[in-house]
Design a binder for this molecule. Structure first.
Ligand code: NAD
Length: 244
């Protein structure tokens, strides 16, 4: 759609192969953006894509370089890639915690290092980082995950202040349960996956799980000029779960 709200924009989407990231790619393209997709898995349906593991800074730099050569300078970033290992506070070793932080927090930082300086120089840009309701609501089985998302949110607030004078905005989406392969994997770990899903649905006052499309709609708003005076915010996407 040549006249969509994102016409002329180039958006880098991480975690674009699956779940929320894949939906963001489609929603942004439908609004006229050209989308540069990055994932450790192959991605279909973007304008350009590159495979890289976000835990490796060099590989990320190389992949973003390829994507910029294909589509031009990146005007927005949506960081959807994430890992969600199960484990309590004392259950796991340093390696698991470091790995979780390396994707969920440093992955975002590595991407921002590649694209934000150009946005600041052009005085035009938006960054959206996908966190989780778990950053605020403790879940004993997701200790490293929750801590990593809280760190991501604080990084976003600091970056929002730093980049605001150059008209680069930074916002966070904090979803509750969105029906993606990541959530489905957590149900599959339960003794009775169907019962786990049903219990999970009940935690959301709106009576259903979120869809990847629900998340993509909010991401679109936060990278588009419609949210041009919004920065430093964390936006719940939770079917009302946050007020219970
Ligand atoms: P998903 O597992 O479907 O997709 C995650 C994507 O990230 C995958 O394509 C995967 O290949 C990619 N990825 C993981 N590690 C990577 C790495 N090292 N390098 C490059 N790519 C990597 O999960 P999803 O549910 O779509 O999750 C998207 C984001 O939403 C995540 O940050 C997740 O924490 C967050 N989130 C999801 C839910 C939910 O209920 N699904 C709830 C809250 C927050």
């Amino acid at each position: 759609m040549a006249d969509g709200v994102m016409h002329g924009e180039v958006v880098l989407v991480s975690g674009a192969a699956s779940g929320i990231g894949a939906a963001v790619v489609q929603r942004l393209r439908a609004e006229g953006a050209r989308v540069a997709a990055l994932d450790r898995q192959p991605v279909d349906g973007a304008d350009a894509s590159a495979q890289a593991d976000l835990r490796a800074g060099e590989a990320v730099a190389q992949a973003v370089g390829q994507l910029v050569s294909a589509l031009g300078p990146v005007t927005s970033l949506v960081h959807c890639a994430g890992v969600c290992p199960a484990g309590g506070t004392l259950d796991d070793d340093d390696a698991l915690w470091l790995d979780t932080y390396s994707v969920n927090v440093l992955g975002a930082l590595r991407l921002m290092r590649q694209v934000v300086p150009g946005m600041r120089a052009r005085r035009h840009g938006a960054v959206v980082l996908v966190s989780s309701i778990n950053a605020r609501f403790a879940t004993p089985t997701l200790a490293a995950y929750a801590a990593s998302k809280a760190a991501l949110e604080e990084m976003a607030r600091t970056a929002a202040l730093e980049f605001a004078p150059d008209n680069v905005r930074v916002n966070v989406i904090a979803p509750a349960s969105v029906d993606t392969p990541m959530l489905q994997a957590s149900f599959a770990r339960a003794d009775d996956p169907d019962a786990a899903r049903a219990r999970n649905v009940q935690r959301h006052p709106l009576g259903r799980l979120g869809t990847p499309g629900d998340a993509a709609e909010l991401a679109l708003f936060l990278v588009s000029p419609r949210s041009g005076w919004i920065t430093g915010g964390t936006f719940p996407l939770d079917g009302g779960a946050g007020v219970t």
